[in-house]
Every structure is written in structure tokens, then in C-alpha cells.
Ligand binder design. Structure first.
Ligand SMILES: *[C@@H]1O[C@H](CO)[C@@H](O)[C@H](O)[C@H]1NC(C)=O
Ligand SMILES: *[C@@H]1O[C@H](CO)[C@@H](O)[C@H](O)[C@H]1NC(C)=O
Length: 502
């Protein structure tokens, strides 16, 4: 601190401009103490409340946003604007009456400042954002490359809606949500109409696909994630239809998913494989399938990823269909831990604790160094890189902690929040629209079953709640003596839910 990242081998902070450039990776570093901001809500989850309070004070007093520096719009959104997760935590703690009593929405104001600095990127005829923006000058600054860029990745343009909608709903200013929606609408329009798939890279001016390969990993991954999660957070059926009913998911399962493998295809010739290797980012996909309620293929793909992990200690950045290394580095990515956590929650199967144990042991054995955890330069030799990305603390720590924590060891109910792609917490209460199909307990489930009584539920039997959670349903609020449940998975069998409650 106050550097953006830790260099765990040399025990220094990484300050952009003072270290040799690493290319695009450095676009996450905006001289805004990235790692501390990205880690705020991790501190709360780990019950480090005093440390959280001190960290928020540091961020508010020291971090500047008007830096003359070009940053990635995508990374700045998910990692810095995602500090809204810290805002939610601050508000929650303040309500507890002990900590953060001085807090007056300062993190929210900061998030809005970030949002306003990202908005100029959306000034394109398509509405798709430029991939990079200068924090001080927007896209027309002295740096020539920002305003002249033509291409962006699908995930880069399609992973704004959760943070931007949260920002709009927290602040009452609709401009952010409107821009994120417009970009999503454009991507939807541009899907290949026969295969219903999207490409990996798109021209932000013409809307033409630049790279027409299609998978669920690098370049596309969180676009799909945000369609489903936008539905869950915002309750807008349109997002679910795009993800699920009409289109994308069915096409993924038809063309890309070859259980246990997930292999890229061409959007125009979806039966034609585009490559014979997989990238490590697709390891998030089983977790998304759990959220959707499609457990079986999630289990199969996760098992494949576990075998690759056991073979190489970590998931290599890319690996072949016969599990050989294709790209040997591993920057401590959290996606496999994320899927492991969601599968454990869905199944309760201790097998996933064993998988989590493998992740944890390998991190301690191979990546831990005196100053932190070092990225693997080559998983085959165990050599290190002087690099510890902020997502390691923001995501890996959260998912591993949650995997092993008992309910009474978690300081708040994570079921009240949705995880962003950077594992920040956004409160489900942000949804203003009623959920499309809320299940209320005083309705009759049919087939002669008696209506359920809300007071049975109010007894608050934790085992019932836990069972419901495993089914992808959670309790959202009590109103007029009625209990409302919200589906997190889209294929919830309501009969099972009622059986469970009874
Ligand atoms: C958008 O870009 C045009 C030029 O392409 C410029 O004239 C206009 O001021 C920009 N608007 C905003 C809000 O930045
Ligand atoms: C969090 O820490 C406080 C103070 O150390 C402790 O009293 C409390 O029980 C902890 N909560 C959890 C959920 O571990």
C-alpha cells in the first residue's frame, strides 16, 4: 500500500510506470490502490471488521481517481466500481450499531465517481464501450490509442450491468444502468441467428464480429454470467430469456458442451471445433450451471477440471483435451475454487471439500512465499512470477473461506447477496421489480397438499433454510406475515420445495 498490487517475490508494491510494462495486464492498474479496494468486502466476510474500517478510511483519504492514466473499462468496473460491495458491507455494519458509525455513503460516492469516469467509453454509435479509457481525459485524451481503438471482447462489453445497475439503484441516477443495458441489447442483436452464439471479439463501431470463435472461457465468460445474474438481481425476464429460454444456454449445451469438455466452435459453423484446448477461465462455468440449476453437466465438467488440477497442481492457463499443458502459467485464478464452492453448496457432497483441500494445499505448498502468494510462471517446473493479482484476495480467499466455514462462522447471510464476477457482494434487495414468479408460502402447491403456514417458516428452522438453499431458493423477506422466496436457480422444482418445507 498504496501501490495497486503486491510483488510477492521482491516484497514491493507494483507501481505502474516504475516497473517494466507487462502489456494489457497492466491496464487493471490505475494508481488507485487496486488491491486494497478490491479486498474491502473480503475483510468483512473474514470478520476483520476493525481492519475493514481502517481500510475504508485509508481508501477514502488516500485514493485519487483523476489520474492521467489509461485503464481497462472492464477491469475497473469489476474490481473498483465493484467496491460497491464494500459500500453494502459498510451500510450493514453501521446498522449493527458498533462499527462504521461515521460512514456517510462515501464509498458509494467514490463508486459514482468511477462510474462517471467510465461513461465516456460508451460514446460509440453501437453503445458498446471502448475497451480502455483515460481516468482523467476520457477517450479523447492525449493518449491516442484509447479513442482510435476499434475492437473489444464480448465479455469486456457485456460485463457491466450488475455494477452499473447497482450504482444506478443506489444513487437514483439511471444513466449507468441505461448504458449497460444498451450494450447488452446490442450484443444480443448481433448474436449469430442460426447458432444463437456470440463471437469473442467485436468491432465497436460497425458491430461486425472480428473473432468468430465461441466458447464459455476467455473473452466471453462473464457475458453469460451477467445475463443470468442480471435476471436474478434485477428480476427482468428479458435477461433470463436471452440466457436460457430462447437462446444462449441451449446453444452452449448443444454445440460447445461435450461433457466433460467445453470446446470452442465457430459461430457460423457451430459443428466445427475451433480449437482442441480449453482455457482456465472456463472453470467458472460449472458454478454458473449450478446457479441455473443444471447440476449434472456441472459435476462432470468440474470433475474434469479437478483431474487437470491434480495432474498439474494448478489449472494451467490452457490445457488440451487429453489434459496436457498448452499454456503453462497460472496466475492464481479463482474460478475452479468458485465452482467447487457452488457445487458443494448445491450437493453437500464432502467430495468438494476434498477438492477445496487440494486447492488450499497446493497454494500453500507451491505458491506461498514470505511476502504473499506468487503466480506460477510454469506449473510444470513450479517457477514463480513476481505477481499477485488483486483477484486472489478478492475472490480466492472468499470462495475458500465460504467453502469451509460453518454457518455461524460467516458474519452475515451471503444468501442476501449476489456475487459479481469479481466476487463482490451486491444486495438482492436492489431488485425493485417483483420477481417474475415469487413463491409465497400461503399459496396452495396443488395436488391436494394443504397450504403452507408462514409461521412454520418463521420458526426459522435452519435446516429447512439450508435445504432450500441447496435447491437454489432463498428467503428474501417477510411481509404481512407472508414469506417470499426467490429462486436463484431457474429450474427449481417447486413441488420439491414444498415437500421440503412440509
Ligand atoms: C461523444 O463523441 C463525440 C465525437 O464523436 C463528441 O462530439 C461528444 O462530445 C461526445 N459526447 C460525450 C458525452 O462525451
Ligand atoms: C466476529 O468477531 C467478533 C469480535 O472478535 C466476535 O465477537 C464475533 O463472534 C465474530 N463473529 C463471527 C461470525 O465469527
Amino acid at each position: 500500500y498504496p501501490a495497486d498490487e503486491l510483488m510477492p517475490l521482491t516484497c514491493r508494491g507494483r507501481v505502474r510506470g516504475l516497473e517494466p510494462s507487462r502489456g494489457d495486464v497492466d491496464d487493471a492498474l490505475g494508481k488507485f490502490s487496486l488491491t486494497l479496494i478490491d479486498t474491502l468486502d473480503t475483510l468483512v466476510l473474514l470478520n476483520k471488521t476493525t481492519e475493514f474500517e481502517a481500510a475504508v478510511r485509508k481508501v477514502l483519504s488516500d485514493v485519487r481517481l483523476d489520474n492521467d492514466i489509461v485503464v481497462s473499462v472492464f477491469e475497473t468496473n469489476i474490481r473498483v466500481l465493484g467496491s460497491l460491495g464494500g459500500h453494502s458491507m459498510a451500510v450493514m455494519l453501521k446498522g449493527g450499531g458498533q462499527h462504521m458509525q461515521w460512514y456517510q455513503d462515501e464509498l458509494l460516492h467514490m463508486a459514482k465517481d468511477v462510474g462517471l469516469r467510465l461513461l465516456p467509453a460508451f460514446n460509440t454509435s453501437s453503445g458498446l464501450p471502448y475497451p480502455r479509457v483515460n481516468l482523467k481525459h476520457g477517450v479523447r485524451g492525449p493518449e491516442t490509442r484509447t479513442g482510435t481503438e476499434t475492437d473489444t471482447c464480448t465479455a469486456c462489453a457485456g460485463t457491466m450491468i450488475l455494477e452499473f445497475a447497482a450504482l444506478s439503484r443506489f444513487t437514483g441516477d439511471p444513466v449507468f444502468e441505461a448504458h449497460a443495458r444498451r450494450a447488452l441489447d446490442f450484443l444480443w442483436e448481433k448474436r449469430q441467428r442460426n447458432s444463437n452464439l456470440v463471437g469473442t471479439t467485436i468491432n465497436i463501431h460497425s458491430g461486425e464480429w472480428v473473432r468468430r470463435d465461441s466458447g464459455v472461457g476467455a473473452g466471453i465468460d462473464s457475458y453469460y454470467e451477467y445475463l443470468l445474474k442480471a435476471y436474478i438481481l434485477l428480476g427482468d425476464d428479458q435477461f433470463l430469456q436471452r440466457f436460457n429460454t430462447v437462446s444462449h444456454y441451449a446453444s452452449i449445451m448443444k454445440y460447445i458442451s461435450q461433457p466433460p469438455l467445453l470446446l470452442d466452435v465457430h459461430i457460423h459453423k457451430p459443428l466445427l471445433p475451433a480449437r482442441t484446448w480449453m482455457d482456465s477461465l472456463l472453470a467458472f462455468f460449472p458454478g454458473l450451471q449450478v446457479l441455473k440449476g443444471d447440476i449434472r453437466p456441472a459435476i462432470e465438467t468440474h470433475e474434469m477440471l479437478y483431474q487437470v488440477t491434480k495432474k498439474h497442481n494448478f489449472l494451467p492457463e490452457a490445457f488440451t483435451t487429453d489434459f496436457r499443458v498448452h499454456w503453462a502459467q497460472h496466475p492464481l485464478r479463482p474460478e475452479f475454487a468458485e465452482s467447487t464452492y457452488f457445487l458443494y453448496k448445491a450437493t453437500g457432497d464432502p467430495y468438494y471439500l476434498e477438492a477445496g483441500r487440494t486447492i488450499l494445499d497446493n497454494l500453500n505448498r507451491f505458491a506461498r512465499v514470505p511476502c504473499g502468494f506468487a503466480a506460477m510462471k510454469d506449473v510444470r517446473t513450479g517457477s514463480h512470477e513476481d505477481r499477485m493479482d488483486s483477484f486472489f484476495l478478492a475472490e480466492m480467499f472468499k470462495y475458500l473461506f465460504l467453502l469451509f466455514a460453518d454457518v455461524d462462522e460467516v458474519p452475515f447471510d451471503v444468501e442476501d447477496y449476489i456475487f459479481t464476477t469479481e466476487a463482490h457482494f451486491l444486495p438482492l434487495s436492489l431488485s425493485t421489480a417483483a420477481h417474475s414468479s415469487p413463491i409465497t408460502l400461503n399459496t396452495t402447491p396443488g395436488m391436494g397438499r394443504p397450504p403452507l403456514r408462514a409461521q412454520d417458516f418463521m420458526a426459522n428452522n435452519p435446516e429447512h433454510l439450508e435445504l432450500l438453499r441447496r435447491m437454489g431458493v432463498s428467503l428474501i423477506h417477510l411481509k404481512d406475515g407472508r414469506v417470499q422466496l426467490v429462486q436463484h436457480a431457474t429450474q427449481v422444482n417447486t413441488d420439491h420445495v414444498f415437500v421440503c418445507l412440509q
